[in-house]
Design a protein around this ligand. Structure first.
Ligand SMILES: Cc1cc2nc3c(=O)[nH]c(=O)nc-3n(C[C@H](O)[C@H](O)[C@H](O)COP(=O)(O)O)c2cc1C
Length: 215
């Protein structure tokens, strides 16, 4: 099996970064870009982001998770604390998030430190989810090995009956994480591969330093 992809390329020309008019805080820029991505309706799930963690084996591992809250504090997503990512995070709190909004020719890469959010906040979000998703979280020991013939739908049906009309408890191993950024890079595709990039880094004083990077 072989595929030659060497002639597959696209020229980027939709937008540019105005380096003379950048906000001091990168979360403001993130918010502006995110709003455009949402309003344009060009991106099916602008809140889908890749999360990279470093595993105990020393390898990075990347997977998609959904951004559920954005604030001055950082970015929140929800998952199983005992999944592969949960175990990796236990050992190493340095993570990377990235967004690729293809139709806008934009990429954002965010490095940060991660921590669990308050249990009460996880409870609130858990109970806001559709009840099927709540039951799903009870049923799935995320990232554990399961039998090829394991019938998850059957388990969901059984538990749905058991919990009918009652409040489904949030499993202790399910909840939110907050990623607090220390560096955010914004990338805007430009013609002839001369893309625009700006990187913000958090200084010890708590202020952000911004620098333009060569494409
Ligand atoms: C579009 C999309 C959204 C997803 N959202 C989440 C999410 O918010 N939380 C989550 O735990 N997994 C989510 N997943 C599944 C993860 O990518 C991954 O398979 C799962 O979390 C197990 O990862 P791990 O074994 O590395 O811990 C999503 C997958 C896709 C493709």
């Amino acid at each position: 099996m072989k595929q030659d992809l060497s002639d597959k390329r696209k020229d980027y020309s939709q937008n540019f970064i105005n380096f003379s008019n950048l906000p001091e805080n990168p979360l403001e820029l993130f918010y502006n870009w995110y709003e455009v991505a949402t309003e344009s309706a060009l991106i099916a799930e602008p809140y889908a982001m890749s999360l990279s963690t470093i595993g105990e084996d020393g390898f990075p591992r990347t997977r998609i998770v959904l951004l559920r809250e954005l604030s001055q504090e950082g970015l929140v997503f929800y998952t199983n604390y005992e999944s592969q990512k949960g175990k990796a995070i236990e050992k190493n709190k340095n993570v990377c998030l990235s967004f690729f909004w293809d139709k806008l020719e934009q990429q954002i890469i965010l490095k940060g430190t991660i921590e669990k959010i308050d249990e009460s906040k996880s409870d609130d979000y858990f109970h806001k989810r559709p009840v099927e998703s709540q039951i799903g979280a009870l049923v799935s020991q995320q990232s554990n090995i399961i039998g090829m013939d394991e019938d998850l739908d059957e388990k969901v049906k059984k538990l749905s009956k058991e919990w009918e009309g009652k409040v489904v408890p949030r499993p202790e191993n399910w909840g939110g994480y907050l990623v607090k950024p220390v560096e955010i890079e914004f990338w805007q595709g430009r013609p002839s591969r001369l893309h625009d990039r700006v990187r913000y880094q958090l200084a010890s004083s708590g202020t952000w330093k911004k620098e333009r990077l060569a494409p």
